[in-house]
Design a protein around this ligand. Structure first.
Ligand code: UDP
Length: 478
């Protein structure tokens, strides 16, 4: 055993330090470990501390002899909120602090058997940190970039130079938002409004837009691109991406892929939680007491910050829909202290349940859940799709505007409520998804769930692509 470990390829996995990226990259890490590879998972100090505090991750991964955690500072003070509204500060700190530290890390990790670990033979880095490709080249280590967004969003970022050339960007006014991108292959059903939020600017030198467009183009210099999606889900975007980046591995939905591989091995226990907040499991007991498909699950993910007005509009909409609801209100996710109207508090006691953080995958698979009011983060979208639950989408930022269009217009598994936050609309959309058009949405959601399941089974596209990835990584270490 020891001899075979010393000889097996050693992959360094390096996520951008936020919840959604950690979740999907840790699932990938566990899949690689199962294939007999060794993995070092490089966390920021801050993320690692929170994982140790909120989960049993160290104990869980100690079952795998070839799995190691390592840490690096992200350059921000410990009390920085690291929320979506301040993500550009994280980008800046990473370039200033992580980049030089990463080089130092590689210097030691490429030594023969540093601290008993064999040298790194392949890097899978977050595609939003493309500096890793340059640094790794200095050490002659191939790097595969993993973008944790949808393929459609990646493709939209890739097309930004063309959109500028065609005069679609920058935006001159709100009246242009409903224009279609009919001349852009792969994005014909999208409107300007459905482009990633960073494109909504009159200023092409907007720092967030600059970063994402630059990082996307830099993928061309990597060994390959890995996406948490599957072929049947995003075919038009994938066909177009492949014309520029032929070495594309679509291996998702990763959480489903891991479940499927764990259940086909002798290991029956579920994978470890990677939550950065403590999961409140009392909501599962509450769900157990609710009727079949009756509950609206509400969560806006790990980065969204609501204004007080938005909070109140959602709250009235939910209460007025007369449906039971389970709502995740993350600590510090509302940007003002607010007095909540008594009628909302009273109605919530009767029909609602609120937690600070939920075991989301388990919640979505619960039979009481009938719909998901979501911010359309890519992980949440895939988790919901896999369970065959219809969605009501309220995208906040980044790729979410693209994902909600996929849900509402392309897959037709729910409704896209982007750019409106009004109690009457919230109530109406919930009623449409949970009552009026319930059968229609359920049917298409369950069809997509079947496709997702099939993609990670033995003959499925994601299953085959993961095997190809593993073979390629093994070849790199010969
Ligand atoms: N999540 C969770 N509990 C919650 C809310 C979210 O475990 O109460 C998880 C969810 O399952 C998903 C991740 O947090 O895997 C959020 O990622 P996503 O890409 O959906 O959105 P982001 O947080 O990056 O905006």
């Amino acid at each position: 055993m020891i001899m075979s470990l010393l000889q097996s390829p050693h992959v360094l996995i390096f996520p951008f330090p936020v919840q959604g990226h950690i979740n999907s990259m840790l699932k990938l890490a566990e899949l690689l470990i199962h294939a007999g590879l060794q993995v070092t998972f490089l966390n920021s100090d801050q993320i690692h501390k929170r994982l140790l505090f909120c989960t049993n991750i160290l104990t869980y991964f100690s079952q795998y002899p070839g799995f190691y955690f390592d840490t690096i500072p992200d350059g921000l003070p410990p009390d920085h909120p690291r929320t979506g509204d301040r993500v550009s500060e994280l980008f800046n700190a990473i370039n200033a602090v992580i980049k030089p530290r990463f080089r130092e890390k590689l210097l030691t990790s490429t030594c023969q058997f540093h601290h008993g670990k064999p040298p790194i033979t392949c890097i899978i880095a977050d595609g939003i940190m493309s500096f890793t490709v340059d640094v790794a080249k200095e050490f002659r280590i191939p790097t595969i970039l993993f973008r944790t967004i949808s393929a459609s969003c990646f493709w939209a970022f890739f097309c930004v130079p063309k959109l500028i050339e065609d005069g679609k960007l920058p935006l001159n006014g709100a009246s242009e938002m409903d224009g279609y991108l009919s001349n852009v292959p792969g994005l014909e059903s999208f409107r300007i409004r459905d482009l990633p939020s960073f494109c909504r600017t009159k200023n092409l030198s907007d720092p967030s837009l600059q970063v994402v467009v630059y990082e996307t183009q830099r993928t061309l210099g990597a060994y390959g691109l890995l996406l948490n999606t599957f072929e049947d889900l995003e075919e038009p975007a994938l066909i177009n991406i492949r014309t520029h980046i032929p070495n594309l591995y679509t291996v998702g939905p990763l959480h489903a892929h891991l479940k499927s591989r764990l259940s086909s091995s002798s290991q029956q226990q579920p994978s470890s939680s990677s939550s950065l907040w403590e999961e409140d499991r009392s909501c599962i007991t509450w769900l157990d007491s609710q009727p079949l498909r009756s509950v609206v699950y509400v969560s806006f993910g790990s980065m969204t910050v609501l204004t007080k007005d938005q909070l109140i509009e959602f709250w009235f909409g939910l209460v007025n829909s007369q449906r039971p609801f389970l709502w995740v209100i993350r600590p510090n996710s509302v940007n003002t202290e607010s007095d909540i109207p008594v009628e909302l508090l009273e109605a919530t006691k009767k029909r609602g349940y609120m937690v600070g953080w939920a075991p989301q995958e388990e919640v979505l698979s619960h039979p009481a859940i009938g719909g998901f009011l979501t911010h359309s983060g890519w992980n949440s979208t895939l988790e919901c799709l896999y369970e065959g639950v219809p969605m009501i989408c309220w995208p906040f930022y980044a790729d979410q505007q693209v994902n909600s269009r996929l849900v509402g217009e392309i897959w037709k598994v729910g409704l896209d409520m982007k750019d409106t936050c009004d109690r009457v609309i919230v109530e109406k959309r919930i009623k449409e998804v949970m009552e009026v058009r319930k059968g229609e949405f359920l049917k298409s959601a369950q069809r997509m769930a079947k496709l997702a399941t099939r993609s990670v089974e033995t003959a499925g596209s994601s299953y085959g692509n993961l095997d190809r990835l593993i073979k390629d990584i093994k070849l790199m270490s010969l």
